[in-house]
Design a protein around this ligand. Sequence first.
Ligand SMILES: CC(=O)N[C@H]1[C@@H](OP(=O)(O)OP(=O)(O)OC[C@H]2O[C@@H](n3ccc(=O)[nH]c3=O)[C@H](O)[C@@H]2O)O[C@H](CO)[C@@H](O)[C@@H]1O[C@H](C)C(=O)N[C@@H](C)C(=O)N[C@H](CCC(=O)O)C(=O)O
Ligand SMILES: Nc1ncnc2c1ncn2[C@@H]1O[C@H](COP(=O)(O)OP(=O)(O)OP(=O)(O)O)[C@@H](O)[C@H]1O
Length: 491
Amino acid sequence: MITYNLLESIKLKTVYGELPSEITDIHVDSRKVTEGTMFVCTRGYTVDGHDFAAMAVEKGATLIVAEKQLDIDLSKAALVVVKDTFKALAQLSNKYYDYPSQKLTVFGVTGTNGKTTVSNLIHSILKRAGQSSALSGTIGFNLNGELLPSENTTCDNLTNQQMMQSALDRKIENFTLEVSSHGLALGRLWGIDFDVVAFTNLSHDHLDYHGTMEHYGYAKGLLFSQLGQDLQDPKYVILNADDEWYHRYSYMTPHEVISYGLDAHADFKAVNIEYFNDMTKFTLNSPEGSFEVEMKLLGKFNVYNVLTAMACLYARGMEISRLVEIIRDLPPVNGRMEKVDMKAPLSVYIDYAHTPDAIENAIQSVLPFKENKIIFLVGTGGNRDKTKRPTMAEKASLADYVILTTDDPRYEEYDSILNDLEKGMQHDKYALIGDRAEAVKHAIEVSEPGDIIIFAGKGHEDYQIIENTKYPHSDKEIAAEESKLKYGITE
Ligand SMILES: CC(=O)N[C@H]1[C@@H](OP(=O)(O)OP(=O)(O)OC[C@H]2O[C@@H](n3ccc(=O)[nH]c3=O)[C@H](O)[C@@H]2O)O[C@H](CO)[C@@H](O)[C@@H]1O[C@H](C)C(=O)N[C@@H](C)C(=O)N[C@H](CCC(=O)O)C(=O)O
Ligand SMILES: Nc1ncnc2c1ncn2[C@@H]1O[C@H](COP(=O)(O)OP(=O)(O)OP(=O)(O)O)[C@@H](O)[C@H]1O
């Protein structure tokens, strides 16, 4: 691309050295830089991209964008100094890829819990309705079935633009993004022209980063306030009428709000809900009348998630009767209250609950069909929000027997994690086992026929991060092996 045209999008800038006439790509990671490209220096938490500018020049970058003057070889690369490289990156990457989000129908889903589930529901429904769809989130990128890994739930601005362009290259029409509060606070979504944005709920998480619930809530609100004022371009905001942030978020946007809920008055309202161990039924009162909905997803929280996805697709013109038909056959989302068959006389679920609210919801979702004990295994990550740990255990105490363990301990000692969790326990029927594999085995060992076991916290993940290394780990596989031994399963 012609460098002059690209840089036009930034007004205040100081140029050192001679600008190359063209650049062939944009990078933010010096390790990926190739000949004739632009390198934008962004500040991280652990490292600062500015420290890698010289390396980028060595690797062939001919244009460096930075927030300060740098000691680089100006005979090899020009330096452009701007006020804020995150904003510059948003401008440059959007312009470089020619604003791909404007050519796609873009859905964004934010909230403490339910982003992955709702995004996957939107994606799966679109696919079953015969449309092409891409998805970006915790589980990675899914470009109409082609899977690519991702580092974050919401990736950096450049990666987002690149993925949207890749979607367009594959003739994909729809793109759904899971939008994290970190992503919003760090401008990873700047320039993305969303068509429909949805909010699931707000509860305690990530306070290590946001400090207070107010700050956390306002970071999420950026998704709605940044939809813009252009009412010629209709956009829709899907909000949870039962959540206390509903009114504040409604107020942040001039665009039409479509509400959903179970308790408050809402456009999409579920009533007469019936819970079973392998399905859920409810009556949907909607703008197109009442419908009987059956789904394979379990629990009250998944009723919310399905309502959210329905409202998003209704906003883009899908008929509700068609949505009801498609939802009947959809499988549960990988690792989200996923019932797994251990061939043992147990009901075993794998879930991703790692916030107090999600833990409460996961346990409540099995209470309606409880016959014997509920065994709940829960862990939490090391070196992350520690304030939520006691409340996680407090909510886990709803189960008859609790096993407190770790998710990704990272650099934190088992005892440090377990001690924080233990403070919240409300009864004494629990075990503390730092090694997650041993904890999973213990859950099977203490089980009896008729018990329900929920393995929470790892969901779809097939690894554990210990220090900075990912080791293979599967709750499902360890539990299956242990069940064979305990219950004498031969096949
Ligand atoms: C704490 C945090 O947010 N860290 C994020 C941050 O990493 P970092 O601060 O270590 O710094 P860095 O980005 O590696 O380095 C800064 C710059 O130097 C560059 N660099 C670095 C090294 C090098 O050799 N050369 C080089 O050029 C990097 O490309 C980058 O541009 O920037 C990276 C690139 O964007 C992110 O992948 C990384 O997310 C880490 C993995 C992370 O765990 N983030 C969490 C807190 C997060 O963002 N979570 C949210 C929410 C998830 C949820 O809802 O549960 C998410 O959206 O994932
Ligand atoms: N709408 C909801 N309300 C409350 N809890 C929920 C909801 N949806 C899912 N959960 C719980 O949260 C867990 C994580 O769900 P999901 O992965 O969909 O959320 P998420 O917002 O994407 O989380 P993360 O960003 O951490 O991946 C589920 O396994 C379930 O226990």
